[in-house]
Design a protein around this ligand. Structure first.
Ligand code: DAK
Length: 257
């Protein structure tokens, strides 16, 4: 039973995970990351889960790695840090994640939000990589994913000054796809997750993988992957159902095969 997370059982295909260390701005300690990795691992093989929403509270999505815990680790401790394994599990999760971000998304918190496929931000959200203020640097994608999301100049400014950006600036830069009133952020993220959860799961999975390819390969390789994935879907019952439903002018019911 997780202690650092609140988990709402899957409803219409959507699992909702709330980070639950509000007394420390949802700082990501090893236990929280472990519980999150385990929850996502289970969700990966659970047919009832088609999309996941991750959120925090109104003050903080997450203010980064737990600095007090980090202070206890020396070089060898960092090399053997179990958190690296948990981050890897989160990275390799195969279903869409929507992050509903209010308040601080700093350091590892910003990096966790960037592990999501879609970020919905409340007007009060602040995104930043303040590691430089601690004499360290981002370690969970904060230089790589941020640069790809917002471009070189803004990413460099954020990482080297440690200054956060507002939700509005993050929206303009393409880091987040929508801004909402803070009290509506979670509802909006859930609505998007529900929408995705109603689509054909194999098509969602392959489309998502193809989008990810655009981040880490050249155009020709990405286009080749896209074509193969598109072709593979021709063998699915859900494609047949989707096309037949269109022709019969009725909503499609997808089964996931
Ligand atoms: N860790 C531990 N405690 C934290 C925390 C954090 N990151 N952030 C906040 N807290 C705690 C505060 O210490 C305080 O605790 P008490 O004093 O009440 O006991 C409580 O939360 C409330 O915070 P404040 O009193 O400071 O609240 P304010 O509103 O004044 O300020 C703040 C909120 C978020 C601006 C401020 O707390 C702050 O600057 N927090 C630190 C933000 C930060 O520097 N984040 C980056 C951490 S480094 C890796 C992967 C990832 C990482 C590293 C390695 N590998 C895979 C290898 C990631 C590194 C990081 O994220």
């Amino acid at each position: 039973m997780p202690i650092t997370l609140k988990i709402t059982p899957p409803l219409e295909g959507v699992l909702c995970i709330t980070l639950n260390r509000s007394e420390v701005m949802n700082a990501l300690n090893t236990q929280l990351l472990g519980e999150l990795a385990d929850t996502l691992s289970d969700a990966d093989s659970d047919d009832k889960v088609r999309a996941v929403v991750i959120t925090g509270n109104t003050k903080a999505f997450a203010a980064g790695a737990d600095i007090n815990e980090m202070a206890e680790r020396d070089l060898v401790g960092m090399l053997e840090d179990p958190r690296q394994h948990h981050w890897k599990t989160i990275t390799h999760f195969r279903k869409p994640i929507i992050a509903a971000v209010n308040g601080y998304a700093l350091g590892g918190g910003c990096e966790l939000a960037m592990h999501a496929d879609i970020i919905i931000a409340g007007e009060n959200a602040l995104f930043g990589q303040p590691e430089i203020n601690l004499g360290i640097m981002p370690g969970a994608g904060g230089t790589q994913r941020l640069l790809r999301a917002v471009g070189k100049s803004l990413a460099t400014q954020m990482v080297l000054t440690g200054e956060p950006i507002s939700a509005r600036r993050a929206f303009e830069a393409g880091l987040v796809s929508e801004i909402t009133q803070p009290e509506l952020t979670l509802e909006r993220a859930k609505a998007i997750a529900l929408h995705i959860a109603s689509k054909a799961p194999l098509a969602v999975r392959l489309a998502r993988e193809s989008l990810h390819k655009a981040m880490d390969t050249d155009l020709a390789t990405g286009l080749r992957f896209e074509r193969h994935a598109f072709t593979l879907l021709a063998g699915t019952a859900d494609r047949e159902e989707g096309i037949r439903a269109f022709q019969e002018k009725r909503p499609a019911t997808f089964q996931g095969h």
